[in-house]
Design a binder for this molecule. Sequence first.
Ligand code: SF4
Ligand SMILES: [Zn+2]
Ligand SMILES: [Zn+2]
Length: 317
Amino acid sequence: MMRCRKCGQRAVINMRHHRLALCEEHYLEWFIAQTQRAIEKYRMFRREHRILVAVSGGKDSLSLWDVLLQLGYEADGLYIGLGIDGGIGYSDVSLEKVRAFHERHPERTLHIVDMKETYGESIPDLARRTRRGRGKPCAVCGLVKRHIMNRVALEGGYFALATGHNLDDEAAVLFQNVLHWQTGYLARQAPVLEEGGGLARKVKPFCRFYEREVAAYALMRGIDYIYDECPYAVGAKTIYYKELLNQLELKSPGSKHQFYLQFLEARRRGLITFAGGQENVDLHPCERCGQPTTAPGLCAFCRLWEGQADGAAVQLL
Ligand code: SF4
Ligand SMILES: [Zn+2]
Ligand SMILES: [Zn+2]
């Protein structure tokens, strides 16, 4: 039997990369303390700041909201109703999970932006109508989510927008960006993106946790979340990269952790600098919605609705 390093009781989780086995009580304590350490290490936000957590109904975002509340932060939630069914009622079920979580924290605000109600079209509708959306709606969906998250964060006067990205997510994106030497993306892949030019500050407090660590936290805390991925995620490149990295991790535990954290460390020491990072982009306000854009005139989001006539005017950032 494996024993908890803190108390000697039966351990419920063993983290080989940390050489650390813990019982349930001490795991929860460790997980919450590690989140606080990441918040401080990367200077994400402080006690007096109000935070907006983007919640999808999945384990990562709901666990993040839970941990921030346990740490005593003023954290509100934002749920975006994408209108995706996929035969499993994906959006309906995820909203139910978010609402159920919020019922336990009625003192906090849950912002809900429903695509159909607010803009008249769900993500699949929008993707069908616009050229870029044909086949998979992910490009349109990503654009719409970024726009709405930024709008709500700024309008609500939040200090930062927090997302539940974990180490597996970040390592997969890093792998993809390195494989294609996407230097612009690499420059912006960080636990904190500073606010500026009309863009909200973005933070990822879970970026050092393995996915299974977050799942273990959600399970132990009794957080009910949607198990299914979005039906459109099937076959996504990042899922393939996650599988590759999982194979690597199996052979060499801790490699994902090293891959991502040493990238961050190299950046911190100034060993990786790229032109075309966030600060170099020339942003100005969109003529219609006022959100920052690099395009002349309308931002990519507003152009989604402009293109309604011929469906050809849609161009994404
Ligand atoms: S997988 Fe689903 S939620 Fe994710 S970007 Fe694609 S459509 Fe949107
Ligand atoms: Zn213990
Ligand atoms: Zn706009």
